[in-house]
Design a protein around this ligand. Structure first.
Ligand code: GLN
Length: 305
């Protein structure tokens, strides 16, 4: 397996030159465009890591399926889906357009920013500190990494420049969809996006979804099976932004990408995969990371379809 991964990483390294690192905040511009790494953890807990696997990066949108799971556990399906839809939007992740043109103006799904902000607003806790603590605890448990924490430089940058997200959140508030204090919700959302991870953390989270919410190391149930199913389904239909259809055809693995360059993928009953390549394509997906998953899926016959 390790040799196969090494070969795939080497062969796809050239694609890192075709994309660009995220530039919407100065902190993300610092990433090294050439980095490319992968980690796979299988159901027997074998761990394979190759390339830039030691690099830390911020989780960004890969956090969205995880907070979705927590919000579903906190509120139940009925409440959550009265505030966020289940359909792909076909628009870029930070698009604001459909919030105005659809009535009621609930976000299309929890994987676009507007939907993810709504999801963050539904995390339970008596104040923001407690909500953050619960969120971090959940991320740490799922990743099996007790040291997972926020990159405060990235968080500050996100907060200072996040006006588009702010605009969406205020629009949702004006429509009566978002009920909480906007600045507090956004503060939590920016912190959520700024959690620092490695590919191994993403692979472990992916594995916990692949095993339908049970930690294979000790049998502990971390997520209800039904919630894990919902999360994976959103990863298929909306996980790779407005490239999800193409990705489903070419790769066929439930996956979620983030502008930090991470992709978390989950092959049901088989493995969790974490990929990192900060050079992004025009839609915000890791350009070489997608190619790596494409090759891997083909070689190991991983498409779920
Ligand atoms: N922090 C980013 C934002 O909210 C995350 C988006 C992403 O990874 N696509 O704009």
């Amino acid at each position: 397996m390790k040799e196969l991964l090494q070969k795939i990483i080497d062969e796809n390294k050239k694609y890192t030159k075709k994309g660009n690192v995220a530039t919407y905040i100065p902190e993300l511009k610092k990433a090294n465009r050439d980095d490319l790494g992968i980690c796979i953890i299988d159901m027997d807990n074998n761990i394979y890591q190759v390339g830039s696997y030691e690099k830390k990066f911020t989780i960004q949108s890969v956090s969205k399926p995880i907070t979705l799971a927590l919000a579903l556990m906190d509120n139940g399906k009925e409440k959550v889906f009265s505030k966020v839809g289940m359909e792909p939007s076909g628009d870029p992740f930070n698009s604001i357009m459909k919030l105005e043109t659809t009535k009621p103006s609930i976000p299309y799904n929890p994987m676009i920013n507007a939907g993810a902000i709504m999801i963050t607003s539904m995390i339970k806790g008596k104040n923001n500190d407690e909500k953050l603590e619960r969120m971090l605890k959940f991320f740490r448990k799922l990743s099996g990494n007790e040291n997972l924490d926020i990159n405060y430089d990235v968080y500050m940058c996100e907060k200072q420049t996040g006006d588009r997200n702010r605009a969406m959140a205020y629009l949702l508030k004006s429509e009566g969809i978002l009920e909480e204090n906007v600045e507090e919700v956004l503060d939590l959302y920016f912190k959520q996006c700024s959690i620092e991870v490695t590919v191994k953390d993403l692979a472990r989270i992916g594995l916990n979804l692949a095993s339908h919410g049970v930690d294979i190391r000790n049998g502990e149930r971390l997520i209800e099976s039904d919630i894990s199913r919902i999360v994976k389904t959103f990863m298929v239909t909306c996980g790779m932004y407005d490239a999800s259809g193409q990705f489903a055809i070419n790769v066929g693995i439930p996956s979620k990408s983030g502008v930090g360059g991470g992709i978390m993928a989950t092959v049901p009953n088989e493995m969790g995969i974490g990929v990192f390549g900060p050079s992004l394509d025009k839609k915000g997906n890791s350009i070489a990371g997608v190619k790596v998953l494409e090759n891997l899926s083909e070689k190991l016959n991983l498409s779920i379809f």
